[in-house]
Ligand binder design. Structure first.
Ligand SMILES: C[S@@+](CC[C@H](N)C(=O)[O-])C[C@H]1O[C@@H](n2cnc3c(N)ncnc32)[C@H](O)[C@@H]1O
Length: 190
């Protein structure tokens, strides 16, 4: 089994306890990134959205959750969200039609970050924004998280805020690191 298929299976199995175990999503940090979009933000994609915690924390946008794990998608639907099965490198979204994309605690689970960011750039309209929440593997808690995810069996790849901002720039977006720490936020505007 490939690493990404194993991750998908794990997320299917973890979908039940997942929301009970996770700390609340910081909607204010996500909204600060969304505010960088030029023009109104009406349509959004919560990519690797799981049960749609990011979408629900931001609200006020017509969100579609896209995820590979059926168990997660079922939970997003139960919470009233539109949820569609799809891989981050082949999004079921037309070119230039999204005002915003969220990738919250999910990019490190995706094997090919560059391909994901190019796909995000494809679906965003000019002036649209992607907001990513990730974990810095150089921090003390980051090092513990890297070890914990490996122990559970995830094939995660973590990167620093500056490395992620550089990858966004290479995908053609104008990138900004919005906050730093164990958890950090990077945004990119097309
Ligand atoms: C840690 S969860 C985060 C879920 C949600 N964003 C949140 O903040 O609660 C990571 C999610 O990424 C999804 N995922 C992993 N690889 C993916 C891929 N290649 N394409 C789409 N979703 C993926 C998993 O199924 C899982 O639901």
């Amino acid at each position: 089994m490939t690493e990404s298929a194993a991750d998908r299976l794990l997320f299917d199995r973890l979908a039940g306890p997942y929301e009970r175990l996770m700390p609340p999503t910081d909607g204010a940090r996500l909204r600060a990134g969304i505010d960088l979009a030029e023009g109104p933000v009406r349509r959004g994609v919560d990519l690797g959205g799981g049960p749609g915690r990011g979408a629900r924390a931001v609200g006020e946008v017509d969100w579609t959750v896209v995820d590979v794990a059926d168990g997660m998608l079922r939970r997003a639907r139960r919470r009233g969200l539109t949820a569609v099965a799809g891989d981050a490198t082949r999004l079921p979204v037309r070119e230039g039609t999204a005002d915003a994309v969220l990738v919250v605690d999910a990019l490190h689970h995706m094997p090919d970050h560059e391909a994901v960011l190019c796909e995000v750039a494809r679906v965003l309209r000019p002036g649209g924004v992607v907001v990513l929440r990730e974990f810095d593997p150089r921090t003390v808690r980051g090092r513990a998280l890297v070890a914990a995810e490996a122990a559970v069996g995830f094939g995660s790849t973590f990167r620093t805020p500056d490395s992620l901002a550089g990858a966004l720039e290479r995908a053609g977006l104008s990138a900004r690191v919005l906050d730093r720490g164990f958890g950090y936020t990077v945004a990119g505007v097309v």
